[in-house]
Structures are given as structure tokens and as C-alpha cells.
Ligand binder design. Structure first.
Ligand code: GAR
Length: 220
């Protein structure tokens, strides 16, 4: 049987630190996959520099160049299909994905969100958590559906929220875990260990010790 490496398409709008964490996981051998393409909606995204540095093909596709929002996502789906992408990874992609892309990659699009969904979806998850006054927050990797951060949850990781936290300090603490759980979720997918039943994700061969990743790091 021919066994092909998982080909990943990354969509990013900005800094690209999650994109970098996936590159690092591949380079270090922790993740057996390849990044086929970066697509950005922002021609000055720092993610582009990271793609250039690592010789990853990138495309800047701007919604303004497309006739409709659906047409924008049709175009993205077309470019990803052309390159035999098997998993689409949203890494700080600040747009709601629409039907043409979701239909082209059913349960094959992942997103990372900086809060414990279903709490604090949408923009500024960290700020929302602080303003609400929760004691624990974190990050969530989930499959993308047509809603705003509503798809099946794959992995979550929790961090404490301290009384003197600022949006930046909380975002930094969460980001460290984002960089761990996103490559981990992609690895599970690449190993064929993720099953989706309605809105629930089952991880095949899951053993309780795997869950150590959700332990909140203690403040030093
Ligand atoms: C990350 O914190 C990610 O969770 C968040 O944007 C940041 C992107 O950082 N995504 C969302 O808020 C999506 N709703 P990065 O560009 O350095 O990966």
C-alpha cells in the first residue's frame, strides 16, 4: 500500500507563531507531514516571512479580488485541491470560513482558538475571559463548521487566570500551550486517530496519560 505523507494547507492572517510551531514540529520529526501551501488574506502578514524562510510556497489571496465571499473560499479550496492538501489548518486566520471551503474539506479543517470553547468565541478570546473574570481559560483546537468557533472539539488545554493578568500576559500563557496542542492535534489527524461522531470527536487509542497536555502550567 502506498502511504503518502499528510499534506497541510495553512491559512493565516498575521504573525504566524502557530504556523511556526507546526513547521518546528515537522522539522524536529515530531510530526510526519509536509506543509504544501500557506494562503494569507494579508499581504503584510509576518507568516509570509516564515514561509519564505522555510521555502514553503505561499499565496496572498485577497477577498477584495473576489466577486463574493463564497467566491473567495471557492478560490482557496481550488488552490488547496490543486496541491493535494489533506488537512487545512487555520492559524490565526481572522475570517469566518464559508461553505465552499467547508464542503470541499469535510472535517478536514482545523482551527485554534485562544479560549476554552464554547466560552468566548470570536475575536479577543483572552480579553473576553479577563473581562468575564474566569479563573481558568485556555485554548481549543476544533474542526471548523459554518458557525463561529462552534465545530467539534479535538483538544483543549487549560491555564490559570491570575488577578493581576493583563490581556498580554494571559495571551502569552495561552499561546505557549497553543504551540503544543496544535501540532499534537495535527499529529493525531495524520495518524488517522480522529473520528467524528455528530459533534463529538473520539481519539482512537487514547490513553488517560495523553491528557497531561491539558494540565495548567504552574506559575514559577
Ligand atoms: C492565536 O492566539 C490564535 O489562537 C488566535 O489568533 C492568534 C494568532 O497568532 N486565533 C483566533 O483568535 C481565531 N479566532 P499567530 O498568528 O501567532 O498564530
Amino acid at each position: 500500500m502506498l502511504c503518502h505523507k499528510l499534506r497541510i494547507g495553512v491559512l493565516a492572517s498575521g504573525r504566524g507563531s502557530n504556523f511556526q510551531s507546526i513547521i518546528d514540529a515537522i522539522k524536529s520529526g515530531k510530526l510526519d507531514a509536509e506543509i504544501a501551501l500557506l494562503i494569507t488574506d494579508n499581504t503584510s502578514a509576518l507568516a509570509i516571512d516564515k514561509a519564505k524562510k522555510h521555502a514553503i510556497e505561499y499565496l496572498a489571496i485577497r477577498p477584495e479580488e473576489c466577486t463574493t465571499k463564497d467566491n473567495y473560499f471557492e478560490k482557496i479550496a481550488e488552490e488547496l485541491k490543486k496541491r493535494n492538501v489533506g488537512l487545512v489548518v487555520l492559524a490565526g486566520f481572522m475570517r469566518i470560513v464559508r461553505k465552499p471551503l467547508i464542503d470541499a474539506f469535510p472535517n478536514m479543517i482545523m482551527n485554534i482558538h485562544p479560549a476554552l470553547l464554547p466560552a468566548f468565541p470570536g475575536l479577543h478570546g483572552q480579553r473576553q475571559a479577563l473581562e468575564y473574570g474566569v479563573r481558568i481559560s485556555g485554548c481549543t483546537v476544533h474542526f471548523v463548521d459554518e458557525g463561529m468557533d462552534t465545530g467539534p472539539v479535538i483538544i483543549q488545554a487549560a491555564v490559570p487566570v491570575f488577578q493581576d493578568d493583563t490581556e498580554e500576559s494571559l495571551a502569552d500563557r495561552i499561546l505557549k500551550l497553543e504551540h503544543k496542542i496544535y501540532p499534537e492535534a495535527i499529529k493525531l489527524f495524520s495518524e488517522g486517530r480522529i473520528e467524528v461522531e455528530e459533534r463529538k470527536v473520539r481519539i482512537k487509542g487514547f490513553i488517560p496519560s495523553d491528557i497531561s497536555i491539558v494540565n495548567p502550567p504552574l506559575r514559577s
